[in-house]
Design a protein around this ligand. Structure first.
Ligand SMILES: Nc1ncnc2c1ncn2[C@@H]1O[C@H](COP(=O)(O)OP(=O)(O)OP(=O)(O)O)[C@@H](O)[C@H]1O
Length: 342
């Protein structure tokens, strides 16, 4: 549905200086999915997003939407394509001088839709986003979450196939973020709208995305299903993002204390799917003279499947610990923790 083929975007900031905001990115977003791009500030996310509706044009490579290279579209085709791509923003970008109704009606007016049809469509959309009673209010009379609902209704007005979300929940508190993410899920499910979002919050990725790409310095450094990335992240940056939501690392103080006590060895154990329902650890430890001390951990839900993430200390003699680890590795992922961030 959206494809980036070896896309780079270079900005010339002065005669000698250039910034490669997007560097040789290849990515495909499939129809019907919710695809998230995560990265720290300056990673290149906004630029990548702006390339999709040609608010920026690529310096190298091409961007395809519905199999068409968008750089080759005529002005008329580009206008038509833009009507099929809705966009929502971190700061909502509403017209303060228009009512809620007027904001949602705006793209339909531009598209010269007849008045009666506009009225019907806007009222449907306001009901869909839960703001039927706010049609005559102005943006300044609304909360942040309500403003974003208006933004979503406006983005959906022209019945887009694709919705692009630029840090859509970054200005909202956690509870309102959850409500807006649920609404986006509903948009995806009920209207079959493909969603491409950028965020710096791993919680947003965990809550609604099917797949994720991690960006750093303009490049995609890791990409995969949200489940695979959470359970087996390869890159340091990805691991840090995941830790930020799982809170699964032991403090450096505790790590030092555990090392100093020399009682045992530390391991991270990752359980997936059915293994979360079974007492794998205690069963195996029972067969050897090894005791298991759980240092921290949790079981969470991801993409409607369960996964557990524990840090345990195995106490016993080295030979027996090795055997326990070997047995465990037949059923779950086990990695020795060698530093506090491990
Ligand atoms: N129009 C521009 N002219 C020059 N440099 C730019 C321009 N737009 C972006 N950049 C630079 O490109 C890099 C990537 O910026 P971009 O805004 O895409 O990152 P981001 O991941 O979206 O960051 P943030 O979350 O802070 O918005 C940065 O170094 C930025 O300064």
């Amino acid at each position: 549905m959206i494809e980036f083929r070896e896309v780079s975007k270079v900005f010339h900031t002065s005669k000698q200086n250039e910034v490669k905001a997007v560097n040789d990115v290849s990515l495909s977003v499939n129809e019907g999915e919710i695809f998230g791009v995560i990265g720290l500030s300056g990673a290149g996310k906004s630029t990548l997003l702006r390339l999709v509706n040609l608010l920026e044009s690529p310096t190298y490579g091409e961007v395809l939407v519905n199999d068409k290279s968008i750089s080759t579209l005529s002005p008329k085709e580009l206008r038509q394509m833009r009507q099929k791509i809705g966009m929502i923003f971190q700061n909502f970008n509403l017209f303060n001088s228009r009512t809620v109704f007027g904001n949602v009606a705006y793209p339909l007016k531009i598209a010269k839709v007849p008045k009666q049809e506009i009225k019907k469509r806007v009222n449907e959309l306001l009901s869909f986003v839960g703001l039927a009673d706010k049609a005559d209010q102005y943006p300044e009379q609304l909360s942040g979450g309500q403003k974003q609902r208006v933004g979503i209704a406006r983005a959906l007005a022209t019945s887009p196939d694709i919705l692009i979300c630029d840090e859509a929940t970054s200005a909202l508190d956690p509870e309102t973020t959850g409500e807006i993410l649920n609404l986006l899920k509903k948009v995806n499910r009920e209207f079959n709208v493909t969603i491409l979002l950028i965020t710096h919050e791993m919680n947003v990725i965990r809550t609604i995305c099917n797949r994720v790409a991690v960006m750093e310095n303009g490049e995609v450094i890791e990409e995969g299903s949200v489940y695979d990335i959470f359970t087996n992240p390869q890159e340091r940056t990805t691991q840090k993002f995941i830790s930020s939501v799982l809170n699964d690392h032991i403090s450096s103080n505790l790590f030092k204390q555990l090392q100093a006590s020399k009682k045992g060895r530390l391991y991270r154990v990752i359980f997936m799917g059915d293994a979360t329902n079974q007492p794998v650890l205690s069963n195996i430890a029972k067969d050897y003279n090894v005791s298991v001390n759980i240092i921290n951990g949790n079981i969470s839900e991801l993409q409607e499947a369960l996964f557990g993430n524990l840090v345990v200390e195995l106490q016993g003699n080295d030979n027996e610990i090795d055997q326990v680890v070997e047995e465990l590795q037949k059923q779950v992922q086990v990695k020795e923790v060698t530093d506090h961030a491990g």
